[in-house]
Design a protein around this ligand. Structure first.
Ligand SMILES: Cc1cc2nc3c(=O)[nH]c(=O)nc-3n(C[C@H](O)[C@H](O)[C@H](O)COP(=O)(O)OP(=O)(O)OC[C@H]3O[C@@H](n4cnc5c(N)ncnc54)[C@H](O)[C@@H]3O)c2cc1C
Ligand SMILES: *[C@@H]1O[C@H](CO)[C@@H](O)[C@H](O)[C@H]1NC(C)=O
Ligand SMILES: *[C@@H]1O[C@H](CO)[C@@H](O)[C@H](O)[C@H]1NC(C)=O
Ligand SMILES: *[C@@H]1O[C@H](CO)[C@@H](O)[C@H](O)[C@H]1NC(C)=O
Ligand SMILES: *[C@@H]1O[C@H](CO)[C@@H](O)[C@H](O)[C@H]1NC(C)=O
Ligand SMILES: *[C@@H]1O[C@H](CO)[C@@H](O)[C@H](O)[C@H]1NC(C)=O
Ligand SMILES: *[C@@H]1O[C@H](CO)[C@@H](O)[C@H](O)[C@H]1NC(C)=O
Length: 496
């Protein structure tokens, strides 16, 4: 029985067709009327009868469990190549009464960017991926369809002493990732992505392109952590680059229970959220599938650009950062994930209980991410992302499996739910907080054709605490008919 702990820096659609055939036709007829002939829209429309429909759909399904025939399919996918294609898609989907799902990188844990239970179309943003860096002003404009890897590459390719605080995984889309918060290993020094966003371009429900000035501070507040999908289509973000030294240092230490991991982790809870802001020590907790040799606790010095590669895979000697530009193909992993915030140190006995529960679950790991530092200096209402002072760390629970099919999905999802239930005594409560980017439909949903305020208050409070109220107010002003919606969106309405 060995739980290995490494302290580290590393590691139905046919029915709809008959119902909505006429809606689709009117949608398709509407589109060309809203674009200039110089930006033709016809070659970015993929209806179900198109020979590339399936491959376009699957390209950004990042959870293998959804690559099955029973996953509801869109009536059409629009792979916008021009801003006017985005505007036309919004205007025409609204007019035709079709639901819209917006997809940038496709990593939504529950597939909300490409699955709906009502007739829908997908607006796919991957073609809109330009990145313009203004190094003199230490800013950049990044389009929603760019990946974090492309952004990191471009920054590193321009300057050795600049960086951007965002996630670890290179294939995340900037559109979804940043609007949900966006954190990585610069979080204790610079906060999260939304703390470093200074402007944005958004297509609203009327098809207008707004920027920070024309949308106003309230909507700009909402899309920084409240999720873009409730408010409009993010076209691009203007971000503030942050300073990093020419060399950063990474280390990885593995400890097994026999080597005193429980003690180390107990103390980590006191220390990691209080260390100097320059230090981010993530813990990865897992049950090793085989006897694990413990790696030496070497420190590795490298540029920030290289560190973004090393952090994800510490087994390689990072000579080139070209890997950041890869756009991976078919999803290989089926998974379910959940999250929690911890506000009080978990006692030693608690940790031992957790290991007992975890030991039967080789398919699960936990990531513990320390907060503190800059995160505690930013008020809860500064942006829509509310998890600030008072949080010691964020836990991500992640269960993955190799088997295909619904039965495996049910089996492993239930295992993870079980584990999550057993963690209740140690984590935040009333509300039990959850990180929006770790989307979890288990914490509550609204029927996506109705989005009831009462249902939304349940998940909304867990994701946003008191910020939920302001999010509803902003929604009511900017999208009163609730066009931009999904199972966990912010509904319009009156909370009083
Ligand atoms: C392997 C992996 C690693 C991860 N690592 C991290 C991490 O280190 N840090 C972290 O914070 N998170 C992490 N995440 C979570 C990630 O931030 C979220 O899944 C995020 O929503 C992904 O954005 P996306 O554009 O790729 O996803 P999508 O599925 O395309 O979108 C996610 C949500 O945003 C909406 N959306 C997408 N684009 C737009 C747009 N242009 N305008 C309006 N709404 C839009 C979608 O409709 C959907 O609701 C990770 C996820 C995975 C799968
Ligand atoms: C595919 O379906 C769309 C929408 O129904 C239709 O307009 C188009 O003509 C069809 N194309 C082919 C090749 O059948
Ligand atoms: C940099 O910012 C200044 C002040 O905001 C602006 O006047 C200038 O045009 C910017 N530089 C570039 C290259 O855009
Ligand atoms: C930028 O990237 C290009 C293409 O990979 C490469 O040839 C060039 O050397 C890089 N420049 C810097 C300064 O990293
Ligand atoms: C990594 O690469 C550097 C430079 O090419 C080399 O000096 C070093 O020995 C390599 N380290 C390992 C562990 O391969
Ligand atoms: C899935 O589970 C159901 C109900 O338990 C069972 O009838 C069915 O045979 C299972 N399917 C597969 C592929 O195992
Ligand atoms: C909403 O969807 C449900 C099924 O998902 C359906 O029974 C109901 O009639 C729909 N309501 C509206 C208003 O369309």
């Amino acid at each position: 029985m060995e739980a290995l702990i490494s302290l580290l820096l590393v590691t139905m659609s046919s029915i709809f067709l008959s119902v909505s055939g006429s809606n689709l036709e009117s949608f398709l007829q509407c589109l060309p009327q809203h674009v200039q002939p110089s930006n033709p829209i016809s070659d970015v429309i993929f209806t179900q009868n198109h020979s590339n429909f399936q491959s376009v759909l699957n390209a950004y399904i990042k959870n293998r469990k959804f690559l099955i025939a029973s996953t509801p399919k869109p009536l059409a996918i629009l792979t916008a190549k021009h801003e006017s294609h985005v505007q036309a898609t919004v205007i025409c989907a609204k007019q035709a009464g079709l639901e819209l799902r917006i997809r940038s990188g496709g990593h939504d844990y529950d597939g909300l960017s490409y699955i709906s239970t009502v007739p829908f179309v997908i607006l796919d943003m991957f073609n809109l991926r330009s990145i313009d860096i203004d190094i003199a002003n230490e800013t950049a404009w990044v389009q929603a369809g760019a990946t974090l890897g492309e952004l990191y590459f471009k920054i590193a390719n321009t300057s050795k002493v600049h960086a951007f605080p965002a996630g670890v995984c290179h294939s995340l889309g900037v559109g979804g990732h940043i609007s949900g918060g966006g954190y990585g290993n610069l979080l204790r020094k610079y906060g999260i992505s939304v703390d470093n966003v200074i402007d944005a371009q958004l297509v609203d429900v009327k098809g207008r392109i707004l920027n920070r000035e024309s949308m106003g501070e309230d909507l700009f507040w909402a899309i920084r952590g409240g999720g873009g999908a409730s408010f409009g289509v993010i076209l691009a973000w203007k971000i503030k680059l942050v300073a990093v030294p020419e060399k950063v240092t990474l280390f990885k230490v593995d400890k097994t229970l026999a080597q005193g991991a429980t003690d180390v982790l107990y103390k980590w809870q006191y220390v990691a959220p209080k260390l100097p802001e320059e230090l981010f020590i993530r813990v990865m907790i897992l049950v090793p599938k085989e006897e694990k040799t413990v790696s030496p606790n070497d420190c590795h010095e490298m540029s920030w650009g290289q560190s973004t590669v090393f952090f994800l895979d510490s087994s390689q000697n990072v000579t080139s950062i070209d890997v950041l530009l890869q756009r991976p193909t078919e999803a290989k992993i089926s998974f379910k994930a959940k999250s929690d915030y911890v506000k009080n140190v978990i006692p030693r006995e608690g940790l031992e209980e957790i290991w007992k529960k975890m030991i039967d679950n080789e398919n699960m790991f936990m990531q513990w991410n320390p907060y503190g530092g800059r995160m505690s200096e930013i008020s809860e209402s500064e942006t829509a992302f509310p998890h600030r002072a008072g949080n010691l760390f964020l836990i991500q629970y992640y269960e993955s499996w190799p088997e295909e099919g619904i039965n495996a999905t049910d089996l492993y999802t239930n295992k993870l739910r079980d584990f999550y239930d057993s963690m209740a005594p140690y984590v935040s409560s009333n509300p039990r907080n959850t990180y929006l980017n770790y989307r979890d439909l288990d914490i509550g949903i609204s029927s996506n054709n109705q989005t009831s305020l009462k249902d939304a208050e349940v998940y909304g409070t867990k994701y946003f605490n008191g910020n939920f109220k302001k999010l509803v107010e902003v929604k009511t002003r900017f999208d009163p008919d609730n066009f931009f919606k999904n199972e966990q969106s912010i509904p319009p309405g009156n909370l009083n």
